[in-house]
Design a binder for this molecule. Structure first.
Ligand code: XMP
Length: 326
């Protein structure tokens, strides 16, 4: 029967056996899956593992710092962090089509990751070691939803952080491949990861890039980050973290919504709250968040984020709507 410690013991033994004294690389996305996969592999082989974190500048408030400081402190993992946010913004300039955004972010990510990877390969080479394996935090639903793990979802192209470049011939280590999210969380807790990482909501690889409907700019990102942080804070305060699967906060950047402040007519952008409950993201229902919690979020966002004059609730299930707006 299922038990986090048994799974960890089994995986640790299997990983040691597979890896021998080779070197291993792992991309961290800031999400729970890659964090737990990395911690598990680190438990098995220690410093033979090097993690790479590409900060694409599309994460939520505080998340990059949590990876660079809290995660490293909790695990003792070796980490190479690359701040590529300016690069990504430049590449995304003028782009508003969702699939084009995904494509650009996915490709840029792979190129940036490759550069860091080369550094790891060189360092290992200097010690006479070879980098043979790449860790991926693939879960069971990822395997199913992408049609057998070939990444070919026909609904949205999911460019997951850590995606494998075509021309690189690492063997994969996917220690979470048979697991569901709740099991991964149990393993993360057993491995001593902080709650903020273990209980982090699923977050798409392209990040806030697909939560700004319209062109992505630094100003829009900062605005969305502030609104998102308020929503997260209030949902946590209300004790709803574990009931809500994820709550995308979406900026309708190109919509000009009319508001009134004092005697002034204002034009702002609406923010959409999309809280959903789900088991695996393949289907979802909209979460019945209590009205007073929604009221607090709405008041705080419109008070604290100057350019937002309207907050709306998405009350659609999946299907027919997807979880993300793009
Ligand atoms: P949808 O919007 O298709 O989302 O209902 C299902 C789950 O996948 C996440 N999602 C993505 N994850 N890259 C990712 O890694 C993507 O391009 C992407 N698009 C959606 C979404 O957050 C939800 O958990």
């Amino acid at each position: 029967d299922w038990n986090a410690r048994n799974i960890i013991d089994e995986q640790v033994a299997a990983i040691r056996e597979k890896v021998g004294d080779a070197r291993v690389i792992c991309g961290l996305s800031g999400g729970v899956d890659s964090a737990v996969a990395a911690a598990l592999v680190h438990r098995a082989i220690g410093d033979q593992l090097t993690c790479v974190f590409v900060d694409h500048g599309l994460l939520r408030k505080g998340e990059a710092e949590q990876v660079k400081h809290d995660f490293v402190a909790a695990t003792g993992i070796k980490l190479i962090a690359v701040d590529a946010s300016k690069d990504f913004l430049d590449a995304l300039k003028g782009v508003s089509d969702p699939e084009t955004k995904r494509k650009i972010i996915g490709e840029k990510f792979i190129r940036t990751f490759e550069k860091a990877q080369r550094q790891v390969i060189e360092e290992a080479g200097a010690q006479g070691k070879e980098v043979k394996f790449l860790v991926q935090g693939t879960l069971y639903p990822d395997v199913v939803e992408s049609g057998g793990g070939d990444g070919a979802s026909n609904i949205k192209s999911h460019h997951n952080v850590g995606g494998l470049p075509d021309d690189i011939k690492f063997e994969l280590i996917e220690p979470l491949r048979s697991l569901f999210k709740d099991e991964v969380r149990a393993i993360g807790t057993e491995l001593g990861l902080p709650d903020e990482i273990v209980w982090r909501q699923p977050f798409p690889g392209p990040g806030l890039g697909i939560r700004i409907i319209g062109e992505i700019t630094k100003e829009r990102l900062d605005l969305l980050r502030d609104a998102d942080a308020i929503a997260r804070e209030e949902l946590s305060k209300a004790g709803l973290d574990r009931d809500i699967w994820q709550c995308p906060v979406v900026l309708l950047a190109d919509v000009h919504s009319v508001g009134v402040q004092g005697d002034e007519r204002t034009y702002g952008s609406p923010i959409v709250l999309r809280p959903v409950s789900s088991e695996d993201a393949m289907t979802a229902d909209w979460s019945r968040v209590p009205y007073d919690v929604l009221a607090t979020i709405s008041t705080r966002i419109t008070n604290e984020c100057r350019q937002i004059n309207r907050v709306v609730l998405d009350c659609t299930s999946k299907p027919p709507a997807t979880i993300e707006w793009e």
